[in-house]
Design a protein around this ligand. Structure first.
Ligand code: G3H
Length: 255
C-alpha cells in the first residue's frame, strides 16, 4: 500500500543521509532514466526544499542540464517580497542552448518573478583570452555575484555521457576512458575515488569555492547516475541530495 511505500522511502532517505553525511536527503519514487515524470518530481521536490532555505535577497548560482531545467519548470513565486537573483554557476561548458545555465536562470527568474544575470563566456578559451576576459568590468561584476551566492543548485552527470553531449574532442574522451572517469559536476570530471581527472577551463564557481558559507543543493537521479552521484560525494561539497529511488538503491548497495 502507499503507506508502506512512503515508509520505505523514509528509510532509504535516512540511510542515504547517514551514508553521505548530509543535512538532508529527499528521494522521489521511480527511476528517472525510464520515466520522464520522475525527473519532474525531482524538480518539484527540489523547489519544495528550496522554499525552506531561500531568504529575500539571496543569490542562487545554478548549473545547466535537463535536471536543472526540471527544477526551473517546477518554480513559482516565493512566498515573500524579495529580490532573488539567479546567476549561472559557470561560463560556457559546451552545452546546447536548452541545457545551458544561462537559459535555466532566465526561466527560474521568470517563474519566480526574480532577477537574473547571464554570463557570456566562450567555451574554449586560451589562457591569454581567459586572463583578459575576466578583467572586463561587466564580467568581473557578475563573477563577483556568482562567488557571493549563498545557495548553489547543481546537477551531476555520468562522465562519458556528458562529454559526448558536450561534443568533447576525441582525445578528451579517450583520456576520460583511460582515467576511468565516472562522474561530472560543474565541468569537473572525476573518477570513482573522487580524483579530478579533467576540468573544463571556464570562469565562475570552482569546486574550491563551495565552502561552508554556501548551501549546496545537489539534484540528480536515475539508476545510470548512481556511480556518478557517489563519486561526487567523494570530493564535492553538498548539503542536501534530491534524488530518485533507483539511484538511491544503487548508491546504498554498491558504494
Ligand atoms: O553537470 C551535470 C549535468 O549538467 C547533468 O545533466 O541533468 O541533463 O543529466 P542532466
Amino acid at each position: 500500500g502507499w503507506m508502506n511505500e512512503l515508509n520505505g522511502l523514509n528509510v532509504l532517505e535516512m540511510q542515504l543521509k547517514e551514508k553521505l553525511q548530509l543535512k538532508d536527503v529527499v528521494i522521489v519514487s521511480g527511476n528517472s532514466d525510464e520515466d520522464a515524470w520522475v525527473k519532474k518530481e525531482m524538480g518539484k521536490a527540489a523547489f519544495h526544499f528550496l522554499q525552506k532555505i531561500v531568504k529575500p535577497d539571496d543569490i542562487l548560482a545554478v548549473t545547466g542540464g535537463t535536471t536543472m531545467f526540471a527544477v526551473a519548470e517546477a518554480m513559482k513565486p516565493f512566498p515573500f517580497d524579495g529580490n532573488i537573483l539567479f546567476v549561472p554557476a559557470r561560463g560556457g561548458i559546451g552545452e546546447q542552448v536548452e541545457n545551458q545555465a544561462n537559459t535555466i536562470v532566465a526561466t527560474m527568474a521568470k517563474r519566480t518573478n526574480g532577477a537574473y544575470r547571464m554570463l557570456f563566456v566562450p567555451d574554449l578559451l586560451s589562457e591569454a583570452s581567459y586572463k583578459s576576459i575576466i578583467q572586463e568590468p561587466a564580467i568581473d561584476e557578475i563573477l563577483g555575484q556568482i562567488k557571493s551566492a549563498s545557495i548553489v543548485l547543481h546537477g551531476v552527470g555520468d562522465a562519458i555521457r556528458m562529454a559526448h553531449r558536450r561534443n568533447a574532442a576525441s582525445d578528451v574522451i579517450d583520456q576520460l576512458h583511460e582515467k576511468e572517469a565516472v562522474g561530472e559536476a560543474f565541468g569537473y570530471y572525476f573518477d570513482s575515488k573522487g580524483n579530478i581527472v579533467h576540468k573544463i577551463r571556464t570562469v565562475g564557481l570552482q569546486l574550491k569555492d563551495l565552502n561552508e558559507k554556501k548551501y549546496v543543493v545537489t539534484v540528480a537521479g536515475g539508476k545510470s547516475k548512481a556511480r556518478a552521484i557517489a563519486s561526487y560525494y567523494k570530493l564535492g561539497k553538498s548539503d542536501v541530495l534530491i534524488t530518485d529511488e533507483a539511484a538511491a538503491k544503487v548508491i546504498l548497495r554498491d558504494n
